[in-house]
Each structure stands twice: as C-alpha cells, then as structure tokens.
Design a protein. Sequence first.
Length: 272
Amino acid sequence: PSAGGRRLACLRRWPVWKHFRDYFPVQLVKTHELSPGHNYIIGSHPHGILCVGAFCNFTTCSTGFLEMFPGIRPFLTTLAGNFRLPLFREYLMSGGLFPVTRQAIGYLLSKNGTGNAVAIVIGGASESLSCQPGVTTLILKNRKGFVRMALEHGAHLVPSFSFGENDLFRQVVFEEGSWMRSIQKRIQKMMGFAPCLFYGRGLLSVQSRGFLPYPKPITTVVGEPMTVPKIAAPSRETVDLYHGMYVRALLKLFNDNKTKYGMAETDELRIV
C-alpha cells in the first residue's frame, strides 16, 4: 500500500458507481485547471460520517474527474489500519486508495512522476464527531502535516469543499467534557476512528430510520491550486505561512460558493 498499490482501472467502469453517484446525487465542480506537469495535495473538507463526496469524486471518478482534469491521477488516502485487514486491503488498493502516511504520500509525490493528486481528508476521524446538519466545523487549525509534505515535495495545495456532506446522516452529538465524548475520544486515540451514534433513512422509506444515507445532494468544489516551493527541510515559520494561506483560500472557496449549493449567506465555516 505504501509503494504504489495495485490499482485496477476496470473497477472505475463498474455501472454501480454511476448508481452510487445518482443516489444523492454527487456533483463535481471545477474552478481552475490543474497542470499535469505538477503534483498536488488536495485538501478534502468536511469529513462527514463516511466521506461520500471524497470517495465518489476521487476514487470512483464517476463524476467526471478524469475528463475535467486530463492527465491528473487522483488518489484518496484513508486510515492506515484499514490496510491491515485481509481481503479488504486488496479491495482498497484495487480502487486506488492509499494509507494516509508519510511513506505512502511521499511515494506518490516523488516516485510516481507528475500529474498525481493526493486527496487527504484533513479533519480525519476527530471531525466526524462534530458532523451535524447546519453546522460546519473543520479541525484544521493545528493540522499542518499536509502543508509540510507539500513543501518537502513541491506539491501544489488545492482546497476542496463538499457542500451537503454533513446532511447525509443525523448524529447524536455529545457535548465537550461529557463522559460519552471522552469515551469517543479515547476509542479514537486507540483505534484511529471515532465511534459515532448516527442514523439515516430506512431501506424502504425516507421517513423510517436506518443506516442508509439520506439522498441529499453533494457538490464538491475544487478550488484554485496554490503554488508551493520545494523546500527539503521547511522551517516552522514557513509551514505556518503556507498553512495560513491555505486556510484563507479555503474560507474564500466556502464563502464564494455556499449560497450556490444550499447554504445561507449567514452560514459560517468554523475552524478549530
């Protein structure tokens, strides 16, 4: 998994992915070109419960990523622990998924030529605990490892935001400081994922409760690439500088598009 994987291009041609896309539906919006002569780290926000937008756009490519960005190969990263499970590991690699580790990301950005776009759901498992409709909270303020990786390999940074991701499920959100919240965080620290109490629609009716996601539209907007220099050992100040630039670019992307894709003008993006 950390050295190229075993992607099977034929999996993307399975008709099931078009049905998956159309269930919500999921839509991809391009705002700027991505040159095949560079490598990219795409920040994917928000995490939501299941990262449906990121999976549909960057793994199945059923929304037209390969046609919109010719010459660009997308790779979605996920928890490294998933690749320790027999058979499931092979399934993940065949779909082009990679562990979100320095080794795997470094391989894609340095030993795989150019035209690679590594998508990282930066908020990770912690962010899923704050997933609820009407509230957009991103865990990003102290997540700077992706910026350091971009600087070390000269990969351009690209913000992306999936509007509607938090509307697919209803979650029981426990307050900070509560005993249930502390249990969730403890399990997340040990296992790498956060146990969430959530529900969606039932199998036969939207009105019933079950574990299917609600059919709510998801629109993933890919923003403007941010040029990043290649620095073998970037200082903390340099990392902070480019992290701040990325956060401002993400906020602009959110504010410029929120009213187009189902949010109110007063809705804000909270970064913690």
